[in-house]
Write a protein that binds this ligand. Structure first.
Ligand SMILES: Cc1ncc(COP(=O)(O)O)c(C=O)c1O
Length: 417
């Protein structure tokens, strides 16, 4: 057996992974990762490197400015490759996903008339809801596609009943930040496009766990936040080139280039540059796990790294879900399967008698970061009648969590639940 086989069969090398996150070097367990993940050392190093060596305004002819511009261009190309955008201009950088959705809603709706329609869901974070809802002030009709309260899944027939020839856009979350469910985006995209509408997907709770492939998903717009994907507080919006080209921007009147027309002011150079660290981490992880692998493309490396990540996450999720399923007083809010094709390891539950806040307060002293609340998915929590519980208890795991950490959490829960 070769060493690559050994490593492959052994799964994700957790000590290699954890060594890449300086913050994990302390006696604390981070399980609020859907709130924000820990940052890669490579990302931190890149921020310092940029500010030390390249911190000048872009666009000038002198050497350092030209070099800094090239560096950022290269990183943007890498980011485009990571999400499988067809060209780098399709990648828009912004301060947060909320801001990028807002910018998109303002620019896109310039071409819409009163009476045009948008569909949003009741399981989204408000980032991909409020910006569309607010268009009601200019006569846009907003309809809400609701999850089936029994299965907590979306029914495509319900969507078909909401679509009309006036539907301009459907806005939806890829993976819910509460349910953890991975919605079948490709299948939904087909229905949306057959109705002649655009599809805008919130990938914030998906991107830390699985490879984003905007072409395979066939989405028109796809947004996620890097501070949940092991990077800094910055977000990325993919938009199909022709759509971005043909809609008005939000920058000065003389700025018409993509993506700059959607990036008013300077975008954050040092944080954008740091994202190279996320790409490098994913390829380094592959090369470490499969040292004898035949030469493959960078995209294939990303895929293989995320396959290992998904396998490990499924194991973590199954430990917690298997435990929660044994507790009569607990209802899992989401699917009870750990299947990596169905969910990410963002796991929510409520207790029959205890408030979610009371449970989390008892976990806090154990130096474990979990959380309760509505996580800005307010419509879902309201529709499920969970406001009086103070929302759900949410344990959100990522690939750097260990089985031992999850088992320790189960022990702590055992004293509380
Ligand atoms: C699913 C989801 N969408 C959007 C957001 C908003 O992201 P940002 O803080 O970058 O605006 C969050 C943040 O928690 C989220 O979980």
């Amino acid at each position: 057996m070769t060493s690559s086989n050994t490593k492959e069969n052994a799964g994700l090398d957790l000590s290699f992974v954890r060594d890449h996150f300086p913050a994990l070097d302390k006696a604390y367990t981070f399980m609020d990762n859907a709130g924000g993940s820990q940052t890669l050392g490579l990302v931190i190093k890149n921020i310092t490197e940029y500010l030390t060596h390249h911190d000048v305004q872009l666009g000038a002819s002198y050497e350092i400015s030209a070099r800094a511009g090239k560096k950022l261009q290269t990183v943007t190309q890498e980011l485009a490759q990571l999400v499988n955008a067809a060209r780098p201009e399709e990648v828009v950088i912004g301060p947060s996903s909320t801001m990028l959705f807002r910018i998109l809603s303002i620019c896109l709706s310039e071409g819409w008339q009163a009476g045009d329609e948008v569909v949003v869901t009741n399981s989204d974070h408000e980032a991909n809801v409020s910006c569309w809802m607010d268009l009601q002030a200019k006569g846009i009709v907003v309809k809400i596609w609701k999850v089936n309260p029994e299965t907590l899944q979306f029914d495509l027939t319900d969507l078909k009943n909401l679509l009309t020839e006036k539907t301009k856009l459907v806005a939806m979350v890829h993976a819910s930040n509460i349910l953890g469910t991975i919605n079948p985006i490709q299948q939904i995209s087909k229905v949306v496009h057959e109705a002649g509408a655009l599809f805008c997907v919130d990938g914030v709770a998906f991107a830390p766990h699985r490879l984003v492939d905007v072409q395979a998903f066939d989405v028109d717009f796809y947004v996620f936040s890097w501070y949940k994907v092991y990077g800094p507080h910055l977000a990325l919006m993919f938009g199909k080139y022709d759509l971005l080209k043909n809609m008005p921007g939000i920058n000065h009147y003389f700025i018409d280039q993509i993506p700059y027309k959607f990036q008013p002011g300077n975008f954050n150079y040092e944080l954008t540059y740091s994202l190279k660290g996320v790409c490098d981490y994913l390829t380094d992880l592959h090369d470490h796990q499969f040292p004898d692998a035949a030469k493959i493309t960078t995209k294939e490396k990303y895929q293989k790294s995320f396959e290992l990540i998904a396998q490990h996450e499924e194991k973590l999720a199954s430990i917690l879900l298997d435990y929660l399923k044994t507790k009569e007083n607990i209802s899992i809010i989401g699917q009870s399967t750990a299947d990596k094709n169905s969910r990410v390891p963002t796991i929510a539950f409520v207790h029959k008698d205890l408030k979610s806040s009371a449970i989390v307060e008892k976990v806090d002293p154990h130096k474990m970061g979990i959380r309760f609340g509505d996580f800005y998915a307010k419509k879902l929590i309201a529709d499920l009648g969970l406001e009086e519980k103070d929302g759900v208890v949410r344990v959100s795991l990522v690939h750097y969590n260990t089985e031992e950490e999850v088992r320790r959490l189960v022990e702590v829960f055992e004293d509380i639940l």
